[in-house]
Design a protein around this ligand. Structure first.
Ligand SMILES: C[S@@+](CC[C@H](N)C(=O)[O-])C[C@H]1O[C@@H](n2cnc3c(N)ncnc32)[C@H](O)[C@@H]1O
Length: 304
């Protein structure tokens, strides 16, 4: 399964890159968007392709080899960006395409996939000494586990937590999925453990704390007048992006460029069903002087 970069045309339009610009791809993944950014900044520009997953970054490096001279690959998480990139800051633009890539699901080895069994790891950064998903499931109290499962709004979080605690040790994705399914039977097409697995991934990688750190540090990362595009995939991510970008606007640190969130075209969702839930929010970091207003670009969108 190959990862197809989401909303590539819209990302390029949002970031308004020009030759010579410095751009940060905060979530390089397999390098799909990074390659497009590298083309847009030309030979005189620079793209910092960043990812917390060293294995993805190696693939990005090889996928972007044609642009090696204008790229820097940085193993970092969002909260470390101001420190890791300090010699190039502020950049002209930043892209963040949150979540995981298809690469994480192609085998069971990383512990993300409900379709392929494997150790319940789920760490995006396997070099970190942070807890694995199995550590959380096996060590938290039932109450803490119920709160964790509820992160994504899973309505049966309490019953699921009870089943997981009774079924310990839980060291594989298959065991996790079976225990969730024992109290949450299949109804539609979605696997009954989908939301619980997402909650566990979000908690294992402290994804919400990381998104918050990224958005709060945008005034350091991107120059006034520079553009930021944030792509989210589920309501937890998007709610956070919405609240925090509004806060930046209220503080006079950024202007929200799109009146509606941008969503993928019907053509893109047909070709890449995984893009279906994507929403893009675009900001322009605030100029110290001058007047900016909201613009609407004509893509399909929904109220924000
Ligand atoms: C949707 S994928 C990006 C795909 C990429 N845009 C492409 O076109 O190939 C999201 C990436 O963000 C990375 N990521 C998630 N949380 C992160 C964090 N806190 N810091 C840095 N990278 C993170 C994941 O490892 C994953 O590779």
């Amino acid at each position: 399964m190959q990862h197809k970069s989401v909303m590539p045309r819209e990302a390029l339009e949002a970031l308004a890159l020009a030759p010579g610009h410095k751009a940060i791809d905060a979530t390089s993944g397999l390098g799909g968007h990074s390659r497009l950014l590298a083309e847009a900044v030309g030979e005189a520009g620079l793209v910092c392709a960043c990812d917390t997953d060293a294995e993805s970054l190696e693939l990005a490096k090889s996928n972007c080899s044609a642009f090696a001279g204008r790229m820097r690959f940085v193993h970092t998480r969002f909260s470390e960006l101001p420190q890791k990139l300090q010699d190039i800051l502020p950049a002209d633009a930043l892209l963040a395409d949150f979540g995981t890539s298809m690469m994480h699901f192609t085998s069971g080895e990383r512990g993300f996939s409900l379709m392929n069994d494997g150790p319940l790891d789920m760490r995006l950064d396997r070099s970190s000494d942070g807890p694995t998903a199995a550590d959380l499931v096996n060590r938290l109290t039932e109450r803490e586990l119920a709160d964790l499962i509820f992160i994504t709004g899973e309505r049966r979080s309490r019953q699921i937590a009870r089943a997981l605690v009774r079924g310990r040790p839980v060291n594989t994705m298959r065991r996790f999925a079976e225990l969730v399914e024992s109290v949450s039977p299949r109804t539609g097409k979605l696997h009954p453990a989908t939301l619980s697995a997402l909650s566990l991934r979000v908690a294992t990688n402290r994804e919400y704390e990381e998104i918050e750190a990224l958005i709060r540090s945008l005034p350091i990362l991107v120059r006034p007048g520079g553009r930021v595009a944030l792509i989210t995939f589920h309501s937890g991510e998007d709610g956070l992006a919405k609240a925090l970008t509004r806060q930046l606007a209220k503080e006079g640190k950024a202007v929200l460029i799109n009146k509606h969130v941008w969503t993928p075209s019907a053509e893109e969702t047909r070709a890449n069903p995984a893009s279906r839930s994507a929403k893009m929010r675009v900001l322009e970091m605030k100029q110290p002087l001058g007047k900016q207003g909201e613009t609407d670009h004509g893509y399909s969108g929904m109220d924000i």
